[in-house]
Design a protein around this ligand. Structure first.
Ligand SMILES: NC(=O)c1ccc[n+]([C@@H]2O[C@H](COP(=O)([O-])OP(=O)(O)OC[C@H]3O[C@@H](n4cnc5c(N)ncnc54)[C@H](OP(=O)(O)O)[C@@H]3O)[C@@H](O)[C@H]2O)c1
Length: 242
């Protein structure tokens, strides 16, 4: 089979988590590249609002923690080319603070949910299509209070490889971002965010935190990189080596 890179124009790209943060950035970039984007989110109104800002885009209600919503959304697609999953649920606490349900939610968002996405959506994917998952640098740079984030992100990297083998020739890859100013850190407040970013920038080889564009460029490349499968691509300014 010819598995050369296909451009995104005219391809259907579902972005689960596409209404916010890096997912929204990827949805916007894919739409600019001519893809028919489906903005997937657990808030249907928000998904529809974002889709309305993108040429040719539609929206889908998908809660990654609810298999029925994944199955119902899957049933609406005859064929998809690419699925991107950016969902995450943080539980950043010391080991003694683990809350069972929060740990489960974190695994649902990053690991179990993407497995169920593969279950319901892989059968509808074009043979030269792909799934793109999101890991994160915490998997490789352990620090106290971030074990849930680290372990779920490590599992995503393993999941990408295992799914790539089972779903071949559909390609499955992951991006592992470093600390990126995607909007998700705005909840820290201006001062705390600035000092967190200063520390994070110092922990890279390039001396800065990531920008949404750093990730969207890598994401669009991976969607069309027909000779890359089962990989986790680190877009983190060299943070694992600093
Ligand atoms: N930004 C960083 O510094 C960084 C660093 C390392 C790794 N990452 C990873 O990169 C990915 C995207 O990051 P981000 O900065 O855009 O994160 P974010 O702001 O936390 O966005 C996560 C996205 O997941 C969606 N989501 C959460 N729970 C969901 C559910 N149950 N069903 C469907 N969607 C759900 C959110 O939608 P709602 O609006 O509904 O909440 C949001 O669109 C995440 O997997 C994150 O772990 C990010």
């Amino acid at each position: 089979m010819d598995n050369h890179a296909a451009p995104l124009a005219g391809r259907t790209v579902l972005v689960i988590g596409g209404a916010r943060g890096l997912g929204r950035g990827i949805a916007e970039a894919a739409a600019r590249a001519g893809a028919a984007v489906v903005v997937g989110a657990r808030d249907a109104d928000r998904a529809a609002q974002v889709a309305a800002t993108l040429p040719g885009a539609t929206s889908a209600l998908i809660d990654i923690g609810d298999e029925r919503s994944i199955a119902e959304a899957a049933a609406t697609f005859d064929r998809l080319d690419h699925v991107v999953v950016t969902a995450s649920a943080h539980h950043d606490v010391p080991v003694t603070g683990y809350q069972h349900d929060a740990v489960v939610r974190a695994f649902q968002a990053k690991v179990i949910g993407p497995m169920l996405v593969a279950k319901h959506l892989a059968p509808r994917l074009a043979p030269d299509g792909s799934i793109l998952l999101f890991s994160g640098v915490a998997a490789w740079n352990p620090s106290p209070g971030y074990t849930v984030m680290g372990v779920t992100n490590a599992a995503v990297a393993a999941l990408a490889t295992h799914l790539a083998v089972e779903l071949a020739p559909v390609r499955v890859n992951a991006i592992s971002p470093g600390i990126v100013d995607s909007g998700t850190w705005d909840t820290l407040g201006e001062g705390a965010k600035a000092s967190f970013f200063a520390g994070a920038a110092g922990g890279t080889l390039v001396g800065r935190v990531g920008r949404t564009d750093d990730i969207t460029e890598a994401a669009l490349w991976l969607l069309t990189a027909g000779y890359v499968s089962g990989e986790t691509i680190h877009v983190e300014g060299g943070a694992r080596h600093a």
